[in-house]
Design a binder for this molecule. Structure first.
Ligand SMILES: NC(=O)c1ccc[n+]([C@@H]2O[C@H](COP(=O)([O-])OP(=O)(O)OC[C@H]3O[C@@H](n4cnc5c(N)ncnc54)[C@H](OP(=O)(O)O)[C@@H]3O)[C@@H](O)[C@H]2O)c1
Length: 295
């Protein structure tokens, strides 16, 4: 196990994150312990999960079985919309810690900014109240750093204006064809590192992999379309967390530091027609546990 990824982003608090993480969401909500063990062997040390995914327990078990010291891995998890609010957030963290079999998480996130969609007038207060609980749990030593997920600039601004501890990351759907330039620019201005979820467009034909620009670039560089996606995100200063089931895919997704796209190619990919995998706007889309993520 000497092939650990040695490329890092530095966060606003001075801590570091490997430039590529491993996503643990799977559409069937099945145990993925073997996939995590394989990912560890490939060199991944940063793992993303959420209470929604039902993969916290198998992630925790895989880490125990791997023999790695807790300090060698970075665990990121999220509270779901039905876990928002001061008391509920504290209880949600305890459940996650229990499932992950650890006494702290490295990054804890609010999964979705708006609990009940556009009709909801109280989202700002609920987000801040949830955040206050998360800050208190940092003080209690149960969380190392705080983050957000699917927070667009107006949601992020609400947290920034009321917080004692600033978020270090924001997880968004990001890949060629879904660049979310306004959100990325705001993150950059506020020194919040963007993390790309579904960085491969979840492998859908209509999201990234059938695109002719990507096909052309994959041919030019002798890489897969998925590797071009990841390279694009890295050159934009974004941290991708691809999910993969096979070791072949896991390894390929780490072999993206030995070639470089040109500035023109980055611009061309940034201007691709919208081809989102999900592309749901957090203000209007009310997530329904499981069904909206597992189409
Ligand atoms: N915050 C949020 O709201 C949110 C939402 C969705 C996802 N996420 C997070 O983001 C992570 C990644 O997103 P995702 O799981 O939706 O999809 P993704 O990483 O964009 O795509 C995963 C798909 O790509 C395939 N793949 C992986 N590497 C490949 C390669 N080198 N060549 C060809 N195919 C490859 C996988 O196939 P195999 O499995 O066969 O390898 C799988 O079908 C999730 O696991 C989760 O942790 C967060």
């Amino acid at each position: 196990m000497n092939n650990t990824l040695n490329e890092f982003y530095t966060l606003s608090d001075g801590s570091k994150l490997p430039k590529i993480g491993f996503g643990t969401y799977n559409e069937s909500f099945e145990d993925n312990k073997e996939a995590v063990l394989a990912a560890i062997e490939c060199g991944y040390r940063f793992f993303d999960t959420a209470s929604l995914y039902e993969t916290e327990r198998s992630l925790g078990s895989a880490l125990k079985e791997s023999g790695l010291d807790r300090s060698e891995v970075i665990l990121e998890t999220k509270l779901w919309i039905d876990e928002m609010g001061y008391d509920k957030a504290k209880e949600a963290l305890e459940r996650s810690l229990n499932r992950l079999q650890t006494d702290y998480v490295d990054i804890y996130m609010i999964h979705w900014p708006r609990q009940t969609g556009a009709e909801d007038e109280n989202w700002k207060e609920l987000d801040r109240e949830t955040w206050r609980a998360m800050e208190d749990m940092v003080d209690a030593g149960k969380i190392r750093r705080l983050g957000l997920s699917n927070f667009l600039p107006h949601h992020l601004k609400n947290i920034l204006e009321g917080c004692r501890i600033r978020p270090v990351v924001d997880q968004l759907e990001l890949h060629p064809g879904y660049s979310q330039e306004a959100a990325i620019a705001f993150c950059e201005k506020e020194k919040v590192l963007p993390i790309a979820w579904s960085p491969l467009g979840r492998g859908r034909e209509n999201a990234t992999i059938g695109n002719e620009v990507l096909v052309k670039l994959a041919k030019k560089y002798g890489r897969s379309i998925q590797q071009i996606n990841l390279r694009f995100l890295l050159q934009k200063g974004i941290l991708p967390i691809p999910k993969a089931s096979t070791k072949e895919h896991m390894e390929a997704n780490l072999r993206v530091f030995d070639f470089e796209l040109t500035e023109d190619e980055i611009l061309e990919l940034s201007c691709m027609p919208q081809t989102a995998w999900l592309g749901e706007h957090p203000d209007y889309h009310i997530p329904d546990k499981k069904s909206n993520f597992a189409q």
